[in-house]
Design a protein around this ligand. Structure first.
Ligand code: GDG
Length: 490
C-alpha cells in the first residue's frame, strides 16, 4: 500500500472505466450510493482510496443525471471521501449500442472461449466509437494542461487511448484488459479488428492478467497491422510509438477481507443462516458468481447432479448453495442462461431432493457482503468452474476469507487464478465425471490436507495482493513516463 502511495504522490492519476465504483440512486429526490458488485470495482476502489485522484465513469444509476447536472464531480466513498468521481452521461440509445451491444454482445463473447457467437452490428460499433470519444472528451477536460497518467480499464474503452494520443495533451496512458485476449484465429473474425488494435496501441502500456493473453495479443497485432513485435521484451512498435505488453495478475485486498471474515457480525450471520436456512450438520458447497455464461454454472450443476447419482450416500448430507447476482439481463444470451439454470436446479432438486433437503439452494439475489462472507466460512468447499475467465476474484476472495485454513477450492484451469492457486483441486468444468469426483474428494479430504493446501494458497494471495498489482502497474507506467521524458514536464 505504501509503495502505491509513493508512486502516486509523484503524479496525478486518472482512472477511466465503464462501471463507476459508487452508483447513485435517487431516494426522495436525493442521490444515494450503492456499491456495485463486480471484479473491477472490487479491485480498484481500495487502490483509489489509498492514493486519491479522479475516477471517470459512465453514470448509469437513476440519481446520476442529478449528480452530473448539479456537480461536475463528487467525492467518494461517501463515508470516507478520498478521491473524486466524474461521470459521463449517456443516452439510452448510447447505453444500448455501446454497453449491451458492442461491448457485451460482440467483445465479451469474442474474448471468451465459451461458444457464444459474437454479434457484430454496425450501429452498435458506431455507437461504441462515439461513446469512446465522449469519454475521451471528459478525460481531456480533466487533464487540462497539467500532466497526468491515465489508466483505462477494460474492453468497453478500447478506442479511448488512441483518441487521447491524437490530442496533444500531456498524458501517459496505460490500460488493463480484465478479460482474456483470444487467440488470433478467433480475434480475426471481428470486422473491426484493425480499428480495435489501433485503439489499444494508443497505450504506452497494456496489461493482461497472464502471459498467454499477452502472447495472444502480440500475435493478433502482428497479423492485423504492420507492427514490429519484440517478443523478448514484450513490446510492439507501430507508427513510431511503442506499447509495452505485460502480465499483471489482479488480486484483492487480502487483509481487508480477512479482517471482515473474522468479525462478530459474520459470526452472527453464520448462526442466522444455519437456523433460518435449515442447515444443521450438512456439509455446504458454495458457488458465488455474476450469472454469466462464461462462469460455467450449468456445468457445475451437472457435476453436482452426477455426484449425487454416483455417490448417493451423500444425499441429505451435502447441500450446494449458489449465490448469483444477475447481470446484463437485457441481453438474450443471459436470459437464455437464466432459464437454463432455473430448469437445471428444478430438475436436480426434484430428482434427488426429499423431505426438507434440497441438493441445490439457488439464490439469484445480490446478497449482502456479510452474508457471502458467512457462506464462505460455513462451506466445506467452493466451486469456481469458469469456461474462460481473465482471473476470477471469487477464488481469491474464498481463500482470503478462510483464516481458519479450512475449506477446499475446486477451480477451473481456464481461470487465470489457476496459475497461482495451484493447491486447489484443478478440474476441467466440461469433464462432468472428474468434477463429480472432485466434489467427493473435497468432502472426504482429511482436515490436515485441507489445512496444508489452504495455508499455501493463503500465503500466495496475501503476498500477491491488490496493492502489489497496482504498484507493479504504476511502477511500469512511471518507467514509460521516464522513457518518454514525460516527467521533465511534471
Ligand atoms: C472481470 C473478469 C476478473 C459475485 N457474485 C456476487 C457478488 N460477486 C462479486 C464477487 C467478486 C465479483 O463479484 C466478481 O469478480 P470476478 O473476478 O469473478 O468476475 P467478473 O465480474 O467477470 O470480473 C474477471 C475481474 O474482472 C477483475 O479483473 O477477475 O476474470 O471477468 O468480487 O465477490 N457480489 C455480491 N453478490 C453476488 O451474488 N454482492
Amino acid at each position: 500500500q505504501k509503495l502505491v502511495q509513493r508512486q502516486t504522490s509523484e503524479f496525478r492519476l486518472i482512472i477511466v472505466s465503464n462501471r463507476q465504483p459508487y452508483i447513485h440512486d435517487l431516494v426522495d429526490g436525493e442521490p444515494q450510493y450503492v456499491v456495485p458488485s463486480g471484479g473491477l470495482t472490487a479491485a480498484l476502489d481500495p487502490l483509489m482510496q489509498a492514493c486519491g485522484g479522479t475516477w471517470i465513469a459512465y453514470g448509469g444509476g437513476k440519481g446520476d443525471k442529478y449528480i452530473v447536472d448539479r456537480d461536475s464531480r463528487v467525492m467518494v466513498p461517501p463515508d470516507n471521501p478520498s478521491y473524486s468521481l466524474r461521470l459521463v452521461w449517456l443516452t439510452e440509445e448510447e447505453e444500448q449500442g455501446y454497453y449491451y451491444g458492442f461491448s457485451n454482445e460482440a467483445l465479451w463473447p469474442l474474448c471468451h472461449n465459451a461458444y457464444t457467437e459474437p454479434i457484430f452490428d454496425l450501429r452498435d460499433w458506431q455507437t461504441y466509437q462515439a461513446v469512446n470519444r465522449k469519454f475521451a472528451d471528459l478525460v481531456l477536460d480533466e487533464v487540462g494542461d497539467s500532466p497526468a497518467i491515465v489508466l483505462t480499464q477494460d474492453y468497453h474503452l478500447a478506442l479511448l487511448p488512441q483518441y487521447l494520443r491524437q490530442s496533444s495533451a500531456p498524458i501517459i496512458t496505460g490500460q488493463f484488459w480484465h478479460i482474456p485476449w483470444p487467440h488470433s484465429e478467433i480475434f480475426r473474425i471481428c470486422p473491426w479488428q484493425a480499428e480495435l488494435m489501433e485503439g489499444l496501441l494508443g497505450n504506452n502500456l497494456l496489461g493482461f492478467h497472464i502471459g498467454d493473453h499477452c502472447s495472444n495479443f502480440m500475435d493478433a497485432a502482428s497479423r492485423t497491422l504492420p507492427v514490429r513485435v519484440d517478443t523478448e521484451y514484450n513490446r510492439i512498435d507501430y507508427q513510431g510509438e511503442t506499447t509495452l505488453v505485460r502480465p499483471f495478475p489482479i488480486s484483492i485486498d487480502f487483509e481487508d477481507i480477512c479482517h471482515l471474515s473474522e468479525s462478530v457480525e459474520v459470526e452472527e450471520e453464520m448462526e442466522r443462516i444455519k437456523e433460518e436456512w435449515g442447515f444443521s450438520d450438512q456439509l455446504i458447497g458454495l458457488g458465488i458468481d455474476r450469472v454469466d455464461y462464461t462462469k460455467g454454472i450449468p456445468h457445475r450443476f451437472r457435476a453436482i447432479g452426477r455426484f449425487f447419482e454416483k455417490y448417493p450416500e451423500y444425499m441429505g448430507k451435502v447441500v450446494f448453495v449458489q449465490a448469483g447476482v444477475l447481470s446484463r439481463s437485457d441481453i438474450e444470451a443471459y436470459q437464455l442462461l437464466g432459464g437454463q439454470i432455473d430448469r437445471l436446479v428444478g430438475e436436480i432438486n426434484s430428482r434427488f431432493g426429499y423431505g426438507d433437503w434440497q441438493p441445490i439452494v439457488y439464490k439469484p439475489d445480490d446478497l449482502p457482503s456479510v452474508t457471502l462472507m458467512a457462506l464462505r466460512r460455513l462451506s466445506r468447499f467452493c466451486i469456481v468452474s469458469s469456461l474462460h475467465d481473465g482471473m476470477n476474484l471469487v477464488a481469491k476472495e474464498y481463500v482470503a476469507s478462510r483464516f481458519d485454513d479450512d475449506g477446499v477450492l475446486i477451480l477451473s484451469p481456464f481461470a487465470g487464478a489457476a496459475l497461482e492457486l495451484t493447491q486447489s483441486l484443478i478440474v476441467n468444468p466440461y469433464a462432468t465425471e472428474e468434477m463429480a469426483d472432485a466434489i467427493r474428494d473435497a468432502v472426504t479430504m482429511p482436515s490436515e490436507e485441507r489445512r496444508r493446501r489452504m495455508a499455501h494458497m493463503r500465503g500466495i494471495v496475501r503476498e500477491n495482493n491488490i496493492y502489489k498489482w497496482a504498484a507493479r502497474l504504476l511502477v511500469e507506467l512511471m518507467q514509460c513516463a521516464r522513457e518518454t521524458n514525460f516527467r521533465r514536464s511534471l
